[in-house]
Design a protein around this ligand. Structure first.
Ligand code: ATP
Ligand code: ATP
Ligand code: MG
Ligand code: MG
Lengths: 256, 256
């Protein structure tokens, strides 16, 4: 039986896509069958694997708006145990159309239910907003992972986001669990980062992942060569951290 | 006569809010009368100035959804020549309501027309999306400033974003000009950043601002103490860069 994990945050640029790609790859390398679904109109998952518009025929947009079967939108990217569904939104008119269809909040849950048993993990990369698309993801998900940068705006946004998640959960998906808060882009040299991490671990004690993702150049360089970081440099601090996170997530599931 | 500048990018975390606050403050210190309008449901502008929910009665949400006059939503934050309009969105239901009202794309243009002559610059901080709220901003604006981080995802998103802007301009606001592309968070030590900046300056020759904003701790620390960077440390590389940008913008206006 698969677990659907939504990676969401209203704050932009906190490492949602980087986490979706590298956590997904690490779980796949550890033998889990993984499907990465890109819900963000930016289409960063496709960009990460250099899937240009020419080789993408269908994406989540076509499944949601044009009722294409999900199976046709699943792309093989040549990695064992890892498949992706790109967004495939080409312009702003399609984007508005996509958000409007997503007003039916249980749409994605229904779409994913048909293929759930083929995967161990289905990971949803969300856009930086709390609109209809993210609510669709939270309704379809079993668990939620929230990346947080150790910066003021990101910390500030967290409290409000958690309150909203509680409301959305009560209304649309009472079983939704918080998998955890993941600290990303941690730079050990910055005093402010250590202070914010201290605050996070104090205020959100039991829900912050043990694994902290360091700021690491290899993580930002990997998408430029179309790879997850584990395939660029397996021993880099970024790759090691995402492996540890994958193990932490597999172990927490076994404990349940 | 005032100039309305929208600060927009679909990519999250590229420095839209940091630019709105610090460019706005620099223009105000240089004697320009500035209004900062926060269109982003995250409400980062209010967070930047520590305007907690208790001291905000009305915001752009109330103007757009509840038809409150804009004048009631303008907050004085104790800085000469600088006033702000916070977003004031408290939960996800209000957020969906806000985005739905924004389907009328000329709404903001009408709202701002009543107060334009009281300011030299009106700066719009946009959410990280290309949805109805950003289209409202692009319809109301005279000019657009696009912050870009020297990173792969941000560079990749730029081409598509510029194409969409052209389409939106043709349809809703043919006079919309591109003020420029602003390179933000530049870390001189990173080889990949220099390469991306070279690519930006080559592909977008005449539209990249001369001023480049460096990655600078003071810029990230200032919001934590409720201030723009110029009031935390006027001589910091971050404050100096935003002053230069303000001068570049004032001069380009005079040249026109
Ligand atoms: N740990 C890290 N170390 C260094 N760079 C990182 C790290 N994590 C992410 N990045 C870089 O920071 C930027 C933001 O990350 P990413 O795009 O994954 O965030 P996001 O939350 O998905 O953004 P958006 O809100 O636009 O969807 C990217 O350029 C990415 O390459
Ligand atoms: N030049 C800089 N140097 C160091 N830190 C910066 C710089 N510019 C912005 N930051 C920090 O980077 C993070 C992202 O910046 P900011 O929130 O302004 O981006 P944004 O585009 O408004 O994000 P969003 O897409 O969520 O609205 C913030 O924590 C901010 O403090
Ligand atoms: Mg992303
Ligand atoms: Mg912002």
């Amino acid at each position: 039986m698969s677990e659907v994990i939504a990676i969401a945050s209203q704050k932009g640029g906190v490492g949602k896509t980087t986490t979706a790609v590298n956590l997904g790859t690490s779980l796949a390398i550890l033998g889990q069958r993984v499907l990465l679904v890109d819900l963000d109109p930016q289409g960063s998952i496709a960009a990460n694997f250099h899937l240009e518009d020419i080789n993408v025929e269908y994406g989540l947009f076509d499944v949601i708006v044009n009722k294409i079967p999900l199976a046709l939108a699943i792309c093989d990217i040549g990695l064992d145990n890892l498949e992706i569904v790109p967004t495939n939104i080409k312009n702003e008119e399609e984007e508005i159309n996509y958000f409007t269809h997503a007003l039916q909040v249980r749409l994605l849950k229904g779409i994913l239910s048909k293929i759930r048993k083929e995967y161990d993990y289905i990971i949803l990369d969300c856009p930086p907003s709390l609109g209809t698309v993210t609510i669709n993801a939270l309704t379809a998900a079993d668990a939620l992972l929230i990346p947080v940068q150790p910066e003021y705006f990101s910390l500030k946004a967290l409290g409000k986001f958690l309150r909203s998640i509680k409301n959305i959960g009560k209304k649309h998906n009472p079983q939704l669990k918080l998998k955890g808060i993941l600290i990303t882009m941690f730079d050990r040299r910055l005093k402010r980062s250590k202070a914010i991490i201290g605050e996070l671990q104090y205020s959100f004690k039991n829900i912050v992942f043990e694994t902290i993702i360091p700021r690491n150049s290899k993580l930002a360089e990997a998408p430029a060569v179309g790879k997850p970081v584990a395939l660029l440099d397996m021993s880099s601090p970024g790759a090691v951290a995402y492996f540890k996170l994958a193990e932490e997530i597999i172990n927490s599931r076994n404990r349940r």
